[in-house]
Structure formats: structure tokens, C-alpha cells
Write a protein that binds this ligand. Structure first.
Ligand code: ADP
Ligand code: MG
Length: 361
């Protein structure tokens, strides 16, 4: 099912929760909406479901306008953060409860439910009541399968994994995506966890303050974010304020204090910019450009990687290196390093200042 949202607005008294949101979700696409708490993610899902009504704007599913239909006529499945299983029904009964499922031909219904239980690998749980199932991960999978049992081809998930233990979350998120993909469902999944978003999304939608900031594949948004908030929100980054002192044929030099960074940008000489690069692109060896020297002032063990904070003048630049090729620096060590030129991204200095641009609430 293809979902189109056009120019949606929703205000709660003096809070504009959704501000001119337009979005297209392709058939069978797994879209993840990410953004800080309070940015309007749940409101957007509720508008699509029909639990609340927009002030203006339209919603279409497969070309049919559903903007003013009641939720039960929209044919959309949903899963919430709070697991809402009927306590007096076992897993099988929970899954087959949906009124729509009840209208199916009983034999087809039985096959469909059995198939879904198989898909969800829930056989061993199907005769148990929610209180007998200690795993919240399994409980949430039952909610997911119940949502799919309605037969809807569009599924909305509002932070479905946030109440789960970290390790369970990682295994369940893969399962959720696989089930949705195998069944050919279109999904819109809301989270505030950037790792979850990158791991399961075909397409990520970044929201801030009721608006969509940027849409793209996980790779695009992580490696080449067009918006500085996307760069900030999707993982650790180095952000340095500077002024372009030379710019020719896309090649430029930017001065930040006494450091000069070289990179590719269309900005003109004289412009105030923020240059951004990820810690993975700060390599602890000499390179062809952007060679710097500094002192290790922070060191963090991240499991697969080590993160160093390196002081250069007034800046602390972060570098993440794989442990295998780690030359093992200690606090106080002097290091030579370089920043890969092609990894540097330039942003116009935000009018409201960097702190405000990164403000989460
Ligand atoms: P998110 O899910 O991204 O955390 P929400 O969509 O829940 O954000 O909320 C967006 C904004 O709208 C917040 O400022 C929130 O306080 C406000 N809001 C949401 N629902 C209501 C409501 N029913 N009444 C008043 N304000 C609301
Ligand atoms: Mg929410």
C-alpha cells in the first residue's frame, strides 16, 4: 500500500504539533521516523490512524483519501509502545480477535492465523496467557502479529521496542522487519533511537519541532546529511565553527582559530560555516591533507572501537578507530592525525546558533 501525506497541520491549543508535513511511503517500504521526544512523531501516526483529526491537509492510501474516515474504516494496523494484550485471552485468541479477522471465512482465517504464528515463530507460546509469558519481546511480537492479523497492508508502529531490554530490542527489531518484509507490508515505524532507525529502515525521516527536516536512506543521512540537525541526531560528529578563506572550483580552505581545514564546498570565501565530519573519518596517521597534531585528553572504550578526544587548540576532535589497528594511545600522548577531505561536510552557520540548532526539546 502506498501512503501519501500532504501538507498536514495539527495544533493543540498553543502547540503546533505537526507543521506542514508531507511524506510519501512507497508500497512495501519500511520507513522509520526519528526525532527527539515531543517533535510530533506520535501525533503524525495518530493522524494517519485517524485517532485524532488534522486541522488541515490530506492523507491518501493507494490513491484513496482517508483523511476524514474513522479509524475502523482506514484499514491500518498499529502497534504501540505499551503492550496492550487482552489478559483473559491466550496468545492465539489475542491474535485472532480482530473484528476484521472475524468476518473472514473461518477456514481461511484459521490458515491465515496459523501462517502468521509460524512467521512470528510463536508456536510454543500460542496457548499461553499474557501473564504466563515473561518475555516482553514475545509479548510485543504477539501484538505485532495481532496487528497484522487484521489483514491490513499498512502497519504503523509507535516506539514498539522502547519498553524492551536492550539486547531483546536488537533481536526483535530484525524480526519485526523480516516479518513485515516477508508479508509485503508497508510500514511506518517511529523511534527516537538512531541505531534502531539505521538498522531497519529502507528510508529514514528525520523530524524536529513538528516538521520534517530530511528524508533519505540510512547511508545518505549518516554519511552525507544535508541538514545539520540530521548530522547531529544520527550519531556522533565533530562540529567546528570556521570561516571560509579561499574557495575555488569547489575546493576550499576554512579557518577555525589557527587551524585550516581543506574540503569540497560551494560556499564562498568570507562565509561563516560549520564544518562537520564523523569520528570514523579522523584517522590517527599522516595523510594527504588536513594533517593535525594534538594531545589525547579523552579515551573511551566502545567495544568494537576506541574513541579518542584529541585537543587541538580550543577544540576537542573525536576520533574512533577499530581496536585491531589501534596504536594504543594514552591520555597525555601527542598524536598526529588527519581528516579525510572528502568526508568533510559544510553547513551554513545556523542563524539561531549551534546550541539552538541542536536543541532537543
Ligand atoms: P513525540 O511522539 O515525537 O514524542 P508527540 O507527537 O507526542 O511527540 O507530541 C508533539 C507535541 O504535541 C508535544 O509538544 C506534545 O506535548 C503535544 N501534544 C501531543 N498530544 C497532545 C494532546 N492531546 N494535547 C495537547 N498537546 C499534545
Ligand atoms: Mg511519541
Amino acid at each position: 500500500m502506498k501512503l501519501i501525506v500532504q501538507n498536514l497541520y495539527k495544533r493543540f491549543r498553543d502547540v503546533v504539533a505537526i507543521k506542514d508535513v508531507s511524506l510519501e511511503v512507497e508500497e512495501r517500504e519500511y520507513v522509520v521516523i526519528i526525532g527527539p521526544s515531543g517533535c510530533g512523531k506520535s501525533t503524525l501516526l495518530k493522524l494517519i490512524m485517524g485517532i485524532i483529526l488534522q486541522d488541515s491537509g490530506q492523507i491518501f492510501v493507494d490513491g484513496r483519501e482517508i483523511s476524514s474516515l474513522p479509524p475502523e474504516d482506514r484499514d491500518i494496523g498499529f502497534v504501540f509502545q505499551n503492550i496492550l494484550l487482552f489478559p483473559h485471552m491466550n496468545a492465539y485468541e489475542n491474535i485472532s480477535y480482530s473484528p476484521i479477522v472475524k468476518n473472514f471465512n473461518p477456514k481461511l482465517r484459521k490458515n491465515f492465523i496459523e501462517e502468521l504464528i509460524l512467521f512470528g515463530k510463536l508456536e510454543e507460546w500460542k496457548n499461553l496467557y499474557p501473564s504466563q509469558i515473561s518475555s516482553r519481546g514475545i509479548q510485543q511480537k504477539i501484538s505485532l502479529i495481532r496487528a497484522l492479523a487484521t489483514g491490513s497492508k499498512l502497519l504503523l508502529l509507535d516506539e514498539p521496542l522502547s519498553s524492551l531490554d536492550a539486547r531483546v530490542r536488537i533481536s526483535i527489531r530484525e524480526e519485526v522487519r523480516n516479518i513485515v518484509k516477508q508479508l509485503g507490508i508497508t510500514a511506518v515505524h517511529v523511534t527516537h533511537d538512531q541505531n534502531e532507525a539505521m538498522a531497519i529502515a529502507d528510508k529514514i525521516v528525520v523530524m524536529k519541532g513538528g516538521s520534517i527536516v530530511e528524508v533519505g536512506s540510512p547511508e545518505e543521512l549518516y554519511n552525507r546529511p544535508k541538514n545539520i540537525f540530521t548530522a547531529f541526531f544520527l550519531g556522533k560528529g565533530n562540529f567546528i565553527e570556521g570561516k571560509i578563506i579561499k574557495s575555488e572550483d569547489n575546493f576550499s580552505s576554512t579557518k577555525a582559530g589557527n587551524i585550516v581545514f581543506e574540503g569540497n564546498t560551494k560556499f564562498d570565501a568570507g562565509e561563516r560555516v560549520i564544518i562537520f565530519f564523523r569520528p570514523e573519518n579522523v584517522l590517527l596517521e599522516k595523510g594527504d591533507e588536513n594533517n593535525l597534531k594534538g594531545e589525547v585528553v579523552e579515551k573511551r572504550f566502545l567495544g568494537r572501537q576506541i574513541e579518542y578526544g584529541i585537543r587541538v587548540e580550543d577544540n576537542i576532535l573525536y576520533s574512533r578507530v577499530m581496536r585491531l589497528d589501534d596504536p594504543k594511545y594514552n591520555l597525555g600522548d601527542k598524536v598526529e592525525f588527519h581528516i579525510e577531505k572528502d568526508s568533510i561536510i559544510f553547513y551554513k552557520y545556523p542563524q539561531e546558533g549551534l546550541e539552538k540548532a541542536f536543541k532537543l526539546e
